[in-house]
Each structure stands twice: as structure tokens, then as C-alpha cells.
Design a protein around this ligand. Structure first.
Ligand code: FES
Length: 142
């Protein structure tokens, strides 16, 4: 191999290994500078009294998110917040407290309380969010 060919291969190798890092750096800049200012803030979804009376709280458009909150069936003091948008085709899932499942009315997918798939056709879990109680309000971090 000639020296010039070697140098070309070396330069190409450096470019190939550094390009993903450069792209990732640009993406994180876009997220932090171009993202919504509300990203990562806790916002109220409803009252603790309504959560306990209904077994779940839901809001189909809380800062652009379709959300549902339940008490963790295994740890009732803890809350679980999920995207209520079914990962199969986007229908809104609802909480079934008797079966401890989020059920999708469109094609029958079921999701466990933590958002993982119980049965398809959905294959991906529901997105989860942080949630907490503050005073008498349930807050979700969106
Ligand atoms: S949209 Fe939920 S199962 Fe198809």
C-alpha cells in the first residue's frame, strides 16, 4: 500500500468514527436549545381525590401528551404515569383496575401497569413519565 492510500484510509477512518459523535452533539444542542421550555416540568393532571375515586386520571392533551396516571398496584403510595396512546396504532388505552391492565379498544392490545406489553398486536411498551403527589394534586413531568 502506498503512503498516500494509507493516509486516505486513515482520514476516512477518522471521519467515520467521529461523525456519529458530531451528529450526537448537534442533536443534544437542538434538544436543549430548540425544545419546549416546559419540557421536564411537573404539571397538574388532576386531584388525588379523583384518582382514588376513579382509579385513574387521564388527559388526552396535557401539553400535547395523551396521559394516564394510576396508583402502582404493587406499591399504592407510588404513582405510574404512561402515555395513553397505544403503541400499535395510537388509540387511547384505558385503565382496567380489575384486571390491572391498560386496555386498547381498537385491536385488543393490553399493557401491564408499568406500560409493558401484556398482549399484542402492540409490540412496544407505553411511554412512561414521572409522577408525584403535591398537596392534593397529581403532577406529571412532561
Ligand atoms: S391501536 Fe391499540 S391495539 Fe391497535
Amino acid at each position: 500500500m502506498k503512503r498516500r492510500e494509507f493516509n486516505n484510509l486513515l482520514a476516512l477512518g477518522l471521519l467515520a468514527t467521529s461523525l456519529p459523535v458530531a451528529i450526537a452533539a448537534c442533536q443534544s444542542d437542538l434538544t436543549s436549545e430548540g425544545g419546549s421550555e416546559a419540557a421536564g416540568e411537573f404539571v397538574p393532571l388532576g386531584s388525588v381525590a379523583d384518582l382514588d375515586a376513579q382509579g385513574s386520571l387521564a388527559n388526552e392533551n396535557l401539553q400535547g401528551k395523551n396521559l394516564a396516571v394510576i396508583r402502582d398496584p404493587n406499591t399504592p403510595d407510588a404513582l405510574i404515569a404512561v402515555s395513553a396512546a397505544c403503541t400499535h396504532a395510537g388509540c387511547t388505552v384505558t385503565w382496567n383496575g380489575e384486571q390491572n391492565l391498560f386496555a386498547c379498544p381498537c385491536h385488543g392490545s393490553n399493557f401491564n401497569s408499568d406500560g409493558t406489553v401484556d398482549s399484542g398486536p402492540a409490540r412496544e411498551p407505553l411511554e412512561t413519565f414521572e409522577a408525584k403527589v403535591e398537596g392534593d394534586q397529581v403532577l406529571v413531568k412532561v
